[in-house]
Design a protein around this ligand. Structure first.
Ligand code: CAA
Length: 258
């Protein structure tokens, strides 16, 4: 598939999408989001891809939605065109795990894209922020919701109401990112992590991901009930039999995603 604003590569069970508008610090325009959506569709449909990685450049994961592209939009354009929906939300509906590998700026829509992924691994140069307030707007792809769930009200209000950036260390301390690594080791670390995940049962991984995500959508008792049903369902799979048998026989399991 030929793209102009992203790069894609699929190897050893891992599909990588790299934002590639370096002159605009990977500002997210309609073309790039459309291409990202199509690349995600292709990776989701590809049985050889088990894990997806979304990344940018060393200087910027993405510096937000493209301000130049949206500056002249009217209310009617935004409202009737349902601006910031469709492929903008595509990551959220992925069944395969998506890791955000973030270096440099992850601002506005860039921070929101990263938060839509299942987990964020950040380089020590990463800077997260929701600076929309400085532009006279509010976040538009879930920033106020996902940031608040990730870091709590105090930090979310601090960031959304002042537009300040949060460095990698603070982001890890606050629960926004899973791990922080030196910038020159970011992709190695993420690919090693993705390679481990790619060895596991894809169907079990889908259940595990769905169950964790359910925690953000429902009450504790409903979430625990949902988890338990998935846990029960695992016993109907070949992979549960294989995983436990392999443990008992002291060998590596060979999962078949069934
Ligand atoms: N949209 C369009 N272009 C952008 C951009 C954006 N979000 N961010 C950076 N660029 C462009 C700049 O205009 C500049 O282009 P030119 O060379 O043609 O002038 C180029 O990228 C390099 O940027 P800077 O010269 O500003 O680089 P810097 O290192 O001095 O500053 C920065 C970096 C702090 C990230 C700064 O570029 C910046 O503040 N960018 C805007 C960040 C922002 O406000 N993001 C939120 C956007 S709104 C949004 O995302 C809404 C939503 O919820 C979906």
């Amino acid at each position: 598939m030929a793209f102009e604003t992203i790069l894609t590569e699929a190897k050893d069970g891992i599909g990588v999408i790299t934002f590639n508008r370096p002159k605009a610090l990977n500002a997210l325009n309609a073309q790039m989001i459309g291409e990202m959506g199509r690349a995600l569709d292709a990776f989701e449909a590809d049985d050889n891809v088990h894990v997806i990685v979304l990344t940018g450049s060393e200087k910027a994961f993405a510096a937000g939605a493209d301000i130049k592209e949206m500056a002249d939009k009217s209310f009617n354009d935004a409202y009737m065109g349902d601006f910031i929906s469709g492929p903008w939300d595509r990551i959220d509906s992925c069944h395969k795990p998506v890791i955000a590998a973030v270096s440099g700026f992850a601002l506005g829509g860039g921070c929101e894209m990263a938060m839509m992924c299942d987990l964020i691994i950040a380089s020590d140069t990463a800077k997260f922020g929701q600076p929309e307030i400085t532009l006279g707007i509010v976040p538009g792809i879930g920033g106020t919701q996902r940031l608040t769930r990730a870091v709590g009200k105090a930090k979310a209000m601090d960031m959304v109401l002042t537009g300040r950036m949060m460095g990698a260390e603070e982001a890890e301390r606050s629960g926004l990112v899973a791990r922080v690594v030196p910038a020159d080791q970011l992709m190695d670390e993420v690919m090693t992590m993705a390679a481990t995940m790619a060895t596991f049962s894809r169907s079990t991984m889908k259940m595990a991901k769905e169950s964790v995500r359910r925690a953000f959508e429902t009450t504790l008792s409903e979430g625990v009930r949902y988890e338990r049903r998935l846990f029960h369902a695992c016993f109907a799979t070949y992979d549960q039999k294989e995983g436990m048998k392999a443990f008992i026989e002291k060998r590596k399991p060979k999962f078949e995603n069934r």
